[in-house]
Design a protein around this ligand. Sequence first.
Ligand SMILES: *Cc1c(COP(=O)(O)O)cnc(C)c1O
Length: 390
Amino acid sequence: MSNARTGGQYSLNTTLIHGGNQIDERTGAVSTPIYQTSTYKQDGIGKNRGFEYSRTGNPTRKVLEDLIAELEGGIAGFAFASGMAAITTVLSLYRSGDRILISHNVYGGTYRVLDKVFKNFGIEYTILESEDPEYLRKAITDDVRAILLESPANPLMSVTDIRAFSEVAHEKCVKVIVDNTFMTPYLQRPLELGADIVVHSGTKYLGGHSDLIAGLAVVNDQETAERLAFLQNATGGVLQPFDSFLLIRGIKTLSVRLDRHVENAHRIARYLESNEDVSKVYYPGLETDPGYAVNSKQAKNGGAMLSFELKEGHDLKRFFESLELISLAESLGGVESLICHPSTMTHASIPESIRRAVGITDGLIRLSPGIEDVDDIISDLDRAIKGSRI
Ligand SMILES: *Cc1c(COP(=O)(O)O)cnc(C)c1O
């Protein structure tokens, strides 16, 4: 679905700004207009100008959908009211009796929708306890239809070899769905690595300013594109025109923002690694990280998300309360630094026994470095870490 304007002929940095044919054909407006309309006047029975009703299609949303399809290298994109709406609609491709494999530290909401919603409709799931492709091979029973994975996966930043997983999955006709929220197409393009479907929470780096909730999906085969278009319209969790505009606007600056996010994350990871109060740093951008080699093979760099653990003898409550610049908040990927406590926040919906088994300890801290001056972020962390010693 490449368009006349970019047609795949420009590099990704240019497509971020011009992809999806962002100039309004009718008026020449350089910024995509917000088509705040629910319906469209038809020229006659069965004659419309490409749009009938805004749940089915909206010109502002269409620009965004074409843009994300181009960026991910797929044939069709779909925009939803949230990342969870995107994931829910993609999972609705499956039916009672089907089984979905999920990596062991997928986003808490993804686990929750499978466990508390889809299971009620007879769609089962199995948690993959390892990133080893041979482990995957054994986990693919006859009822498995898809694998949903994240790399790096939240919150331990564990890396999965997307190409190796896709090869094993495809041997058994199993589809590979990658949640690319943490990397974005600027850093990692899962369809080029063999995946079949990409999903995003547009709320995070793509939006980039902590001011909207949105979700996206991209597919690379016609049959799935048609089924997903049907499901998007049938279930109706679509992104509104104004939010589509905000997301298009956010994506324009993705490369410059992410370059700074990643640079800051590197500096902070190195600071934490050499900090005597810190027992562990999880960041695939560090050469010492177990995921470094595979991540470097499939992504431009280690991304900007990192987690760490303070050594015993720190009061975590005091740590979080003494931060001044960095906000204690759910979410990530905004221009401002956000920090969270996965075991009581983002991953609280995962039962404690499973959390412990996969290594999400109560001392784990997840940081989404913003694009502030990195020295200010480090000073804030340093003061809070020292101040939390018991
Ligand atoms: C936030 C997030 C989601 C859910 O997206 P929403 O926009 O909050 O619904 C899904 N996957 C990952 C990796 C996320 O970080």
